[in-house]
Design a protein around this ligand. Sequence first.
Ligand SMILES: N[C@@H](CCC(=O)N[C@@H](CS)C(=O)NCC(=O)O)C(=O)O
Length: 204
Amino acid sequence: MKLFGSPGSPYVRKVLVAQYEKNIACEFILDRPSDPQTRVPQYNPLGKVPVVLLDDGQSLYDSSVIVEYFDGLGSGARLIPDSFVERIKVRQGEALGDGIVDATVALTHDSRYTKDTDPHSTWYQKQLLKINRGLAELESLVKKNSFCYYNQFSLADICAGMALAYLDRAYPVLNWRHQYPGLHTYSNLLFLRPSFIKAYPKET
Ligand SMILES: N[C@@H](CCC(=O)N[C@@H](CS)C(=O)NCC(=O)O)C(=O)O
């Protein structure tokens, strides 16, 4: 099994954390979709990473599908609970983390191409609001608990951590630790997990 991706991609890191949590053996193949030689569209018609190539030639995308596959295949505690009610909550947490990342990508990456970089523009403020409302919601989830739901590590925490780590890297001026002290405490513990340490190596 092979995972194609670029190490800086938040979605690739989401899948890597799940891979390490579930003790899955999967070879990492460095492939940037922006590279003209990329093989990604052979395996994902959308041309996005992460994509997993299975030994029988089948491919899996996107990150949500890959994490569910790893969760079913690997060992260790479930990342997506079996119970319907709990699963829907955890999936909602996934959507929240992914949504914060999408707004951050729009602000910091896509805006370079659309040239909509004026922080006072309506568009820019709209993305910023999505990030801040998302962080406020996450803060309320972790106020009394170590994890987003049921005081148990799940896919929701992988996505929350992915969003916070991506903000640190792509949009550090937000200084979310100062604005959201509950998330600061939460992330201190989360980022100590071996899976996070491996998926988020110190950047030089
Ligand atoms: N919803 C997708 C998002 C993946 C995604 O946006 N990947 C970006 C890298 S972070 C990408 O491959 N972009 C290249 C492109 O869109 O052409 C997932 O969860 O896997």
